[in-house]
Design a protein around this ligand. Structure first.
Ligand code: DC
Length: 218
């Protein structure tokens, strides 16, 4: 059977990575987390200890070697040979990643890498601009969303499991701010392309969402 290309876009906390990972597993495809690539650049910027300016971000992105690899079926993220899978999920990285992702030179480099990873098909890629920019020819396009309350609750649980004690109100504000920056930026903003299937996952279980995406592949 032809190996498909799936594009899953949506705002922060909509469940994209959870769903994309499970769908990829079910289909025997590779999951590509593009947000992790922007996070890896953000992590490296913080690591250099230099001020978080556009100039420093662009220079860091130019020099960085970002790789996604799979270890026992799990996705690992590497930045210049360092495994940053966990360290790219800190509040510090999350706090600056939208600033990193809005810069054209950063995006151009990442999009080239992302297209290369998808060239043989059999991939589920998630992000903000996958259907609109990275893989406009994708076979299946999904726009995942959920209410801001639900998305904040999911992030809160995720953070709590990792030992972070964050306030729900603060999370909601952060998510809203990130949505705003991702949607209103000039370069490749978060949009739902008209042909993308809109899936509002508020009140849906993970299994239901996975089943809905798999149904689109048939
Ligand atoms: O999905 P995430 O929260 O890990 O994404 C991190 C940031 O990167 C988020 O602010 C949006 C941005 N991003 C992007 O601009 N384009 C993508 N394809 C993926 C993520």
């Amino acid at each position: 059977m032809k190996k498909l290309v799936l594009a899953i876009d949506g705002p922060a906390g909509a469940g994209k990575s959870t769903i994309a990972k499970l769908v990829a597993e079910k289909l025997g495809y590779v999951y590509i987390d593009t947000g992790a690539m922007y996070r890896a650049v953000a992590w490296k910027v913080l690591q250099t200890g230099q001020p978080v300016t556009d100039e420093n971000i662009i220079q860091t992105a130019k020099d960085i070697d970002v790789r996604l690899r799979y270890e026992s079926g799990a996705l690992r993220v590497e930045a210049d040979g360092t495994d940053v899978t966990e360290s790219i999920r800190t509040p510090e990285v999350t706090g600056i990643v939208s600033q990193v992702a809005r810069l054209l030179p950063v995006r151009e480099k990442m999009v080239t890498l992302q297209r290369k990873m998808a060239e043989n098909g059999g991939v589920v890629m998630d992000g903000r601009d996958i259907a609109s920019k990275v893989l406009p020819g994708a076979d299946v396009k999904v726009f995942l969303t959920a209410s801001i309350e639900e998305r904040a609750t999911r992030r809160w649980r995720e953070m709590k499991d990792k030992g972070y004690d964050v306030s729900m109100e603060k999370l909601k504000e952060e998510i809203a701010a990130r949505d705003k920056m991702d949607t209103e930026r000039e370069v490749s903003p978060l949009v739902r392309v008209p042909e993308a299937e809109l899936l509002d996952t508020t009140g849906m279980t993970i299994d239901e969402v996975v089943a809905a995406v798999l149904a689109l592949c048939r």
